[in-house]
Design a protein around this ligand. Sequence first.
Ligand code: SME
Length: 148
Amino acid sequence: MSEKAEKYRLLERQVASLLEGETDVIAKMANVAAVLHETFGFWWTGFYRVAGEELILGPFQGPVACMHIPFGRGVCGSAWKQNGTIVVPDVELFPGHIACSSASRSEIVVPVHGADGAVTAVLDIDSDRLATFDEEDRVWLERIVTLL
Ligand code: SME
């Protein structure tokens, strides 16, 4: 198992026990963002929640970020619209990328689903290095957000 996979494996168990018995989604998102951010040392780790036709900034770790993202805009709005994870190895090559921070170089956005299968939020992680995220991150992060 790769070093990254081992970190994710432990992190998944940590998240499962952290969230056990908790029903407040903001509290859960806050701790998931904190655990991911601390474990991997990402540049920015957080959630945007679906509110009508836009995403609104939720719990996060890292520098200040844009607070409203319309449906279909940026990586976050596109992942919501496509209802699928988007891995961006180089943000400068993603048309419509919303630059909340000029230090962000690569990004992954993972949709979060409610009980009815609709997208309720997205997990957005930014790195200050190129090509930080790959298929392995996608698989693990998609598993981790189901714990919310
Ligand atoms: N880059 C994102 C916007 C959110 S910040 O990265 C925190 C996007 O293009 O949707």
